[in-house]
Design a protein around this ligand. Structure first.
Ligand SMILES: [Zn+2]
Length: 329
């Protein structure tokens, strides 16, 4: 681990880490761990809720060159061609162009919790731009950090706190909780969605209780659809209704396949990256979620050229969503 920057830069030991270290990614309950509790105690809600509502104009979609070595530059229509077309959903407009041949195995890596620790956010932004970054709604200065990431060619996601099963945990300000009425859910959602711009969609921070609740989730997912965003289910709960409900309302969506850093060591992250490879070779593509821990970042950086040498494309999240949805645009 890097030395802590200062008190305001607390990197939790394991946000979203599942309990069972050897369990497969599906169906785990990540909240009830020491790292989360420590994180809750260190976080300063008051300092973080000063809501800068500045919405950045969506950054111009980067060209293929922005993806650098992380994506093979194969000629095909770029999604950026559609910018300005009013019929395109926002998640397409805000996506980073990528070239993904139809049958090439592909992996999207999403680092979430980004921005809670600024030093680690900078390290994440310095990764090759094919890595998608999901910024925490309540991170201080999140608009500037997200803009920097987007300018660096990263695709952006918004990481939204949702209620965990363990009521002792605090997911953060304006957490989406079971039992809140529609107006309050929409108010909290709007608060988070207004923190910065240029993202393609939302994935849940914690949420092992909220994502199980069809009533609340319907309000949230319908609003994401209305705004043209996609939903990535982090799958912190086996009982999440995210995927089924998204399908029912025709919301662009995907679900995580692999958690990378349930154990924070380069060896373990490397093992999980190979698990993502296995899924991608079996299913065609895989979505892996990790966190901006130095060990995770180091392992990803070392792994990318190895995966590419095996013919696996490392792509922004939107590329996998488009493929899974059969979206040709
Ligand atoms: Zn999280």
């Amino acid at each position: 681990m890097m030395p802590s920057q200062r008190a305001a830069d607390p990197i939790p030991a394991g946000i979203d880490r599942p309990i069972a270290k050897s369990a497969p990614g599906w169906g785990i309950e990540p909240e009830a761990i020491a790292g989360e509790v420590e994180y809750r105690q260190q976080s300063s809600r008051e300092a973080n809720v000063a809501a800068g509502a500045a919405v950045l104009a969506p950054a111009a979609t980067q060209g293929l060159s922005a993806l650098g070595a992380a994506v093979e530059p194969v000629a095909m229509p770029s999604v950026s061609d559609g910018i300005g077309s009013p019929e395109l959903p926002l998640w397409i407009k805000n996506s980073v162009a990528s070239a993904l041949p139809p049958r090439q195995p592909a992996i999207a890596i999403v680092l979430d919790d980004v921005g809670v620790a600024r030093g680690h956010a900078d390290m994440a932004i310095a990764l090759p731009p094919a890595i998608t970054l999901s910024f925490m709604t309540y991170a201080q200065g999140v608009d500037a950090m997200a803009a920097k990431a987007r300018q660096g060619g990263h695709e952006l996601m918004l990481h939204f706190p949702m209620e965990p099963l363990d009521s002792a945990l605090d997911a953060g300000p304006n957490t989406l909780m079971v039992g809140l009425n529609r107006a309050e859910l929409l108010r909290r959602l709007d608060w988070g969605l207004s923190r910065f711009g240029g993202y393609i969609g939302v994935n849940n921070h914690m949420g092992s209780r909220f994502t199980n609740d069809p009533q609340g989730m319907r309000v949230v997912l319908e609003e994401l659809k209305r705004r043209g965003l996609l939903f990535l289910d982090s799958r912190t709960s086996a009982k999440s209704v995210g995927e089924a409900l998204s399908r029912a309302i025709d919301l662009a969506h995907a679900s995580r396949d692999v958690f990378l850093d349930n154990e924070i060591s380069t060896n373990q992250v490397d093992r999980q990256l190979h698990e993502a490879e296995r899924v991608a070779l079996e299913k065609g593509d895989a979505i892996a979620i990790g966190h901006p821990h130095p060990a995770t970042i180091e392992a990803i950086r070392a792994w990318i050229p190895q995966a590419q040498a095996k013919g696996i494309a490392i792509v922004p999240l939107s590329a996998v969503v488009r493929r899974r949805l059969g979206y040709s645009g």
